[in-house]
Design a protein around this ligand. Structure first.
Ligand code: ATP
Ligand code: MG
Length: 787
């Protein structure tokens, strides 16, 4: 049945109705979270079409994410029998791409122009720097990339950039050369998509006129997060007769750090001579206590346009607050709570777990994974699928097995080592012809590339040698430094997140080692024994090597997996497996940033700790803190019925234990709407909290507190004097010693590098010529001394 216009409008409140049925004039909806802004925007499009005021081709709608665009198309499709596929609904970049595909010639692009992602863009900039023979120390490719992006977002071509000094002058030359190169190669970066579209419309009056006539209605959601260029772009598409509807909430502006300008809202009101300023004041999403919490929190911000938000839904459930001893306990608690909700009939997709930083997801993912609960991570990849983690795992795999060609290809030139596509082709050809691994074929490649390949093999060899006998944690730490991964991400604009993830890999390893009961010498002790996360130092005179203690050796060869091998297997499994299948009912995990615009029946906001949320990078100035508070406002207002807030006394983050104080945001919520699930203020007078605060007041911040729980670095094992070694071997009952040559029926000849345990429990780590390092259970493996 074809819904009539009245049907579309049914259920709207008077303000919403007025907004949906506005005359064709510029309008601004300024309203708080959950007040129906997106619903009004979508319904207005449907109403305009339904009543024949405009054809599908006459509407353009801009959303903030692809997900939001898809959702809008789906909703429209459900409301109307029109073909929504041809409609101009999408993100700024998506719409620009569409525009330039249609006008490639006028835009001076080849018909099949390609879009550079940020990785491609960086390597393009590097080539330019090289061609210009500039010093990469002075012109750091990353920074050059930012310079170019900033200029473009300010609408500046090389000739428009004000030159203040010699450095800027050279940067401008690089910018010019980069543009020439992109043009030659027929590629555009993201900012170029916007700028190119903007310029074409600015300079081509006919085309501009065409579009201004075509789009009678332009609707922009999440307007508070537009940047300067996006606003200028909008002004190109909008003529004097275009009805632009901008929809936004200044309290939800959370992208200032990327150049978004809330000021665009005021500019819009003035420049478009907005006659209709609509406020929506009823929140239809959240129950009373949740809304009270959101309102009370955001009232602490000073720079606000000021809005009210109320609900007719009644108080509903109180906001639940949970204190946890550790992040591990937090994950455990929330997974049990989520299971409980699910048993009571709530679909899993109606449960969202929000966190401030991506790295926090690992502990939660791990708990859900172990409990076999399907989950999906939005706006970011699952931990073990993130590029930086895959790079790190590839290095670890090469340390374990240098013939792993996939891992080899993944990192041989990452970070870049002057190994180009040409060299890799030669290498792969040589390997194919001889039937050997890439690793073994490096000798077949000549020239500079060949030399660089040999150097890469040497690097992996040196990592393997240097990590012999180290704990899993130390192996990873060594690899992160030596491979250049950490240094690489340090120079990247959004690399902090990636470095945090890499540090989180160390935690993952640590947790794995503890869970699996590997090596007594590197076990994190339980919280109540020595303080959380404390690492026991090896006993004097004992080698700190970590050996597996409770894995069953292979019946035939006696091989037991090294902790590294076992960890890599675990990582591969966790990456591949219970990511929810498409369409499967799954718990939703995401950062607060990617939760914008969404809603769920039950929401967990985790990690409410000073330094984490609010984030320490933003705590030093008032603007930063207000942006964090807006983020918290976004987080709270995602919940419909049930909201959980949780924090942990201790947290392993970035490879270190942090001792936390609960977030100030918790103190800003109305007391009587909260329900503490754990005794109030437990542990707050504790020494940790006090020390933390003192450290904070000294201005040294978290840096001086974290690491308090870490042991001193462990020195590599010194070889035992031969006589002592022999005595030990005799006592252990196997008669073997470190350094001894041995023969194994399957693995061939090797040298013993570590010996541990005695009797049935005795095990040896042997370096085999062809099979690399292996742990062997001596009760099973037949090792014949060959000296
Ligand atoms: P945000 O600021 O988070 O983006 P929003 O202002 O865009 O929120 P919507 O997502 O459009 O709000 O609406 C929030 C919820 O309220 C949705 O589930 C929507 O369907 C519902 N809603 C909106 N208006 C009404 C109404 N008049 N009657 C009933 N439900 C409504
Ligand atoms: Mg919305």
């Amino acid at each position: 049945a074809r819904p009539d216009a009245q049907g579309l409008l049914r259920g709207l409140n008077p303000e919403q109705l007025a907004a949906v049925t506005l005359p064709d004039e510029p309008a601004l909806i300024l309203a708080g979270a959950g007040s129906g802004k997106t619903r009004v925007l979508t319904t207005r499009i449907a109403w305009l079409l339904q009543t024949g005021r405009v054809s599908p081709g006459g509407v353009m709608a801009v959303t903030f994410t692809n997900k939001a665009a898809k959702e809008m198309l789906t909703r429209l499709g459900a409301m109307l029998p029109v073909n929504v596929r041809g409609m101009w609904i999408g993100t700024f970049h998506g719409l620009c791409n569409r525009f330039l595909r249609a006008h490639w010639k006028a835009a001076g692009l080849p018909q099949s122009f390609q879009i550079l992602d940020s990785g491609d863009q960086l390597s393009a900039v590097k080539r330019v720097i090289k061609a210009m023979q500039l010093d990469e120390e002075r012109f750091v490719p990353k920074q050059v990339t930012w310079f170019i992006a900033d200029a473009k977002e300010n609408g500046q071509r090389p000739k428009d950039v004000p030159v203040r000094d010699g450095q800027t002058q050279t940067l401008v030359q690089v910018y010019q050369a980069y543009e020439d190169q992109c043009q030659r190669e027929g590629v555009v970066d993201f900012a170029e998509l916007m700028l190119r579209t903007y310029e074409l419309l600015r300079d081509d009056a006919l085309l501009r006129e065409h579009y201004r006539r075509r789009f009678r209605h332009i609707l922009v959601d999440e307007f508070q997060d537009t940047n300067r260029l996006q606003y200028a772009w909008l002004k190109m598409f909008a003529g004097p007769d275009t009805a632009v509807l901008a929809v936004g909430d200044d309290d939800q502006s959370i992208y200032a750090f990327r150049g978004a300008q809330v000021g665009n809202m005021a500019d819009f009101e003035r420049e478009f001579r907005v006659g209709h300023l609509i406020k929506l004041e009823t929140n239809y999403r959240s129950s009373g206590h949740i809304l009270d919490a959101a309102n009370a929190l955001i009232a602490h911000n000073s720079r606000r346009l000021g809005k009210t938000l109320r609900t007719e839904a009644g108080h509903g459930e109180p906001v639940r607050v949970q204190e946890n001893a550790s992040d591990f306990n937090e994950a455990q608690w929330l997974l049990e709570e989520a299971q409980q909700l699910h048993r009571q009939g709530l679909p899993r997709r109606e449960i969202a777990v929000l966190y401030r930083s991506n790295a926090q997801s690992r502990v939660i993912e791990s708990a859900l994974f172990n409990a076999g609960i399907p989950y999906r991570v939005y706006g970011g990849l699952r931990f073990f699928e993130r590029a930086e983690i895959k790079h790190a795992l590839a290095y670890l795999r090469l340390i374990e097995n240098c013939h792993d060609d996939t891992s080899y290809l993944r990192v041989v030139n990452f970070p870049t080592r002057g190994i180009g596509a040409r060299t890799l082709e030669q290498l792969q050809d040589a390997a194919r012809q001889s039937g050997r691994s890439l690793w073994q074929s490096v000798g077949a490649v000549g020239g500079k590339g060949g030399a660089n390949l040999i150097a890469f093999n040497a690097l992996v060899d040196s990592m393997r040698n240097a990590t012999l006998g180290l704990t899993l944690r130390e192996i990873i730490e060594h690899m992160l430094q030596r491979s250049g991964l950490v240094d690489f991400y340090r120079t990247e604009k959004e690399g902090t997140d990636r470095i945090e993830n890499l540090e989180e890999l160390v935690n993952a390893a640590e947790a794995f080692v503890t869970q699996e009961g590997f090596g007594k010498d590197a076990v994190a002790l339980p919280v109540d024994e020595h303080g959380p996360g404390q690492i026991a130092a090896p006993r004097p005179g004992e080698p700190p090597a970590v050996a597996p203690v409770d894995l069953t050796p292979d019946a035939e060869t006696g091989e037991i997996m090294s902790p590294l091998a076992a960890f890599l297997t675990h990582a591969a499994l966790e990456a591949g497996d219970n990511q929810a299948q498409a369409g499967q009912d799954a718990v939703q995990l995401m950062t607060v940033h990617s939760a914008k615009g969404l809603e769920f029946d039950a929401v967990f906001i985790t990690g409410l700790e000073e330094g984490l949320f609010p984030h320490e990078n933003a705590m030093s100035d008032a603007d930063g803190l207000e942006e964090e508070r807006r983020l918290m406002y976004v987080a709270i207002t995602r919940a419909r019925q049930r909201l959980y807030l949780s924090f942990s006394q201790t947290r392993m983050l970035h490879g270190q234990t942090r001792y936390n104080v609960k977030s100030r945001f918790l103190d800003e919520l109305p007391e009587d709407g909260l329900k503490w699930l754990t005794p109030r203020n437990q542990g707050f007078g504790s020494g940790f909290a006090r020390d933390y605060q003192q450290a904070w007041q000294r201005g040294s911040g978290l840096g001086s507190m974290v690491g308090a729980g870490r042991a001193a670095p462990v020195a590599p094992p010194a070889p035992l004097p031969r006589a002592m070694a022999e005595a030990q071997a005799k006592a252990a009952g196997h008669g073997l010693r470190v350094g001894q040559g041995v023969f194994h029926s399957k693995f061939g000849e090797g040298v013993i590098v570590t010996l541990e345990g005695a009797g049935d429990d005795a095990r040896a780590q042997v370096r085999f010529g062809r099979h690399g390092l292996k742990w062997l259970a001596l009760s099973v493996a037949k090792l014949t001394p060959i000296e």
